[in-house]
Design a protein around this ligand. Structure first.
Ligand SMILES: Cc1cc2nc3c(=O)[nH]c(=O)nc-3n(C[C@H](O)[C@H](O)[C@H](O)COP(=O)(O)OP(=O)(O)OC[C@H]3O[C@@H](n4cnc5c(N)ncnc54)[C@H](O)[C@@H]3O)c2cc1C
Length: 260
């Protein structure tokens, strides 16, 4: 999870020196408001509340709430090292992966789990409950009225125009009869600037596709990916439904560098 790697970097950067410990002590008399109770907001709230700081988390939506997501937690051992409290989340460990990138194919099996999959709704709710257990308070407000001395903005990647590029994603959790144990990632499927994936979950297959815009016929390409998975005997799902969303993307140059 890129987000968690970013928080880890921040934590390393602000590792507590004696001077900083004093700042935290002073902070104990402060109130911190966090706008957005997604993984970013809830994780910040968890660590602050653990330090005894008065934290209010404000979200415009009731929890548990859903979002389009793959639900994959990459490299769980590294993840737990940095965020031990995440270990308890229920999910499925995946040890096998098949990667496709244009004409290349790579089959991989690992001793350690490559990823853990869970449902986005449960994951976000789990993190929120952890923060609340440490003492953070949740307020549901359509128009946030933060009362803190410090306000942290954690309301997600929202305004497309603030990002270098825009993309589209189509995703769904499909019920499955037969359990799947391999994750599939397919860069450049049908020539898209993006990738398609299959993340196996307990009783479900999360199938999605994300591509830079402009992108023609993404719906048809998504359906072709489901057919491809069927042909490979990777997943057999009923129907081809999905939810679609326009999302902000980082620079396309970075994507091209990574995939060439
Ligand atoms: C299709 C897709 C698949 C993905 N798959 C994966 C994956 O498999 N693994 C992975 O690690 N990541 C995945 N991601 C990325 C992951 O979803 C994000 O990194 C993560 O959601 C970021 O968390 P966040 O807390 O910053 O933002 P969010 O989860 O978006 O939370 C922001 C919160 O702020 C609230 N909010 C917004 N505006 C306001 C406001 N004005 N006032 C109060 N509250 C507000 C929202 O209601 C929301 O609850 C995927 C993303 C997409 C789009």
């Amino acid at each position: 999870m890129l987000l968690f790697l970013y928080i880890r970097q921040l934590r390393k950067k602000y590792e507590k020196t004696e001077k900083e410990k004093k700042v935290i002590c002073q902070g104990k008399n402060m109130k911190v408001s966090i706008l957005g109770a997604g993984p970013t907001g809830s994780t910040a709230a968890y660590y602050l509340a653990k330090e005894g700081i008065d934290v209010e988390l404000i979200d415009k939506r009731e929890f548990p709430r859903d979002k389009p997501c793959g639900g994959g937690l990459f490299n769980p051992p590294l993840f737990y090292k940095e965020f031990p409290h995440v270990k308890e989340i229920e999910g499925k460990y995946i040890y096998k992966a098949k990667f496709y990138c244009r004409k290349y194919f790579f089959d991989y099996e690992s001793k350690d789990p490559l990823m853990k999959t869970c449902f986005r709704k449960d994951f976000d709710h789990f993190l929120l409950k952890k923060a609340m257990k440490e003492g953070a308070k949740l307020l549901v407000q359509k128009k946030p009225e933060p009362e803190g001395d410090i306000v942290i903005n954690a309301n997600g990647a929202r305004r497309i125009k603030d990002y270098p590029e825009a993309g589209i994603c189509l995703v769904n959790d499909f019920r499955i009869e037969k359990e799947i144990d391999t994750v599939y990632i397919h860069y450049g499927f049908h020539g898209i600037k993006g990738y398609a994936w299959l993340y196996p979950k307990e009783g479900y297959a999360n199938i999605g596709i994300g591509a830079y815009l402009p992108q023609k016929s993404i719906k048809r390409i998504y359906e072709s990916y489901i057919d491809f998975l069927e042909e490979k005997d990777a997943a057999h799902v009923q129907g081809k439904s999905y939810s679609a969303k326009i999302i902000p993307f980082s620079s396309i140059k970075i994507f091209i560098l990574r995939t060439h």
